[in-house]
Design a protein around this ligand. Sequence first.
Ligand code: GDP
Ligand code: MG
Length: 439
Amino acid sequence: LADRLEAAWKKLRGQDKISQSNIQDALREVRRALLEADVNLQVVKEFISEVEAKAQGAEVIAGVRPDQQFIKIVYDELVQVMGETNVPLVQAQNPPTIVLMAGLQGTGKTTATAKLALHLRKIDRTCLMVATDVYRPAAIEQLVTLGKQIDVPVFEIGSDADPVEIARLGVERGRAEKFDTVIIDTAGRLQIDADMMAELARIKEVVQPHETLLVVDAMTGQEAANLTRTFHEQIGITGAILTKLDGDSRGGAALSVRRISGAPIKFVGVGEKVEALQPFYPDRMASRILGMGDVLTLVEKAQEEFDLADAEKMQEKILAAKFDFTDFLKQLRLLKNMGSLGGILKLIPGMNKLSSDQLQQGETQLKRCEAMINSMTQEERKNPDLLASSPSRRRRIAGGSGYKEADVSKLVSDFQKMRSLMQQMGQGSFPGMPGMFGG
Ligand code: GDP
Ligand code: MG
């Protein structure tokens, strides 16, 4: 068992590097996760080959396997591609800020218009909504109703007017009445349609919006990519709102939209209600898309807990024979913080064959050591020889920790054995704790 622990410690010290061979399975899993999240196939291919190239040779952090580390790198890259932080709505130097909503029919444009207006109202930005969808029956009424609900005015002149003209007049009204923001809701079609695109382009030319937001239904899946490309090429978008994320969609469309247009997702829609709008956060979306929260948590935990500088100091101490009970306790806590011993050892290849009895025993031993060290004075921790020569000290510690004097004696002698073994090794590699795991 001591050999295995030695191997474990080598791993914990992070001697691995990511290479083509040790991430094959992880690559396959990441590809599958992205496709399942409905990221566009082409986007998946490009993204993965980029990350793979970037990850080659990366150091694997202590306590995790190369493939797990790779998944963390994928995650970080996803966050980066999606913009790292939330990008808020543009605010024009000279109000009103003009926002043009674009997107297919049924994606949630009208709902998003109201959601956005409510969001702005809450941060004290006054809003005028403009209803230009003259095609769908009751589309104007829908916006008017929503406006009443959230107490935001709607500019409309009926369904006989020309949408471009409505938009122009709406912006004029917004300017005259000193609204902070004018949001123009537009008509969609079930599919990309030349007439719709032409009309949107004309509205855009006439109102010169500060923001053109593409509203994308997260359930659109693979199609989100083509959709984004067409809208971006023909209209030019400055951002997007991803709707219906309250469904089962894993949100892969977010990555496609961003990769293809370069424009940030600014908000996400998470329900039918007007309140159901949230700022878009790349990190949250990245974990949702990847769907590997467990691995990410593990790697993050390991990263937090294992301070490399600390590890190096520890090695110096070992070499200088200054490794004491305080350091030992630190090591024990490190193991504990990183999760149960069993959990950690299982992550290390070749270490997963320990029986649960053995693991249980290891855990118990760790707890026992910690309890006894906790009952030592600072002086005793620094100088284990004090304990070797003083039965009364050992008895006191035994009493304080609830163990027997014999247990304390064993801890002290094990510790001394371990320390001299470490010094013999000379290289500072941690040989494990002989005897302490019943090995
Ligand atoms: P438009 O045709 O693009 O204007 O789409 P609408 O705003 O009329 O919305 C179409 C349907 O999608 C409506 O039934 C909305 O209630 C619904 N909807 C919009 N956004 C969301 C959302 O974020 N989540 C859910 N579950 N439904 C939404
Ligand atoms: Mg609509």
